[in-house]
Design a protein. Sequence first.
Length: 94
Amino acid sequence: MKKTDDVIYQKNIHEAKLLRLKGVTGVGVGYKVKDGKTTDEVVVRVYVEKKLPRAQLTKGDIIPETLGSANKIKTDVIEIGKVTAPPKGGRETS
């Protein structure tokens, strides 16, 4: 299996559990962002409304840094703000 296939596989296995964690709004696959720059490393991206310091999370709500039995698939926590549904009808009107 290719590296990207491994990442997708781990995302699919862990997605439901990750979505139950405090503040998690979505899970996907993409490139890791480090210091504001996109790298070439494919990771499981975990989207949160707001990044919180570890001290404000219970042990059970901390997003793991890696996934998989060999802990070889990295995660990247991405702050995206509040997610809202589009207006009824799917379009805004002016």
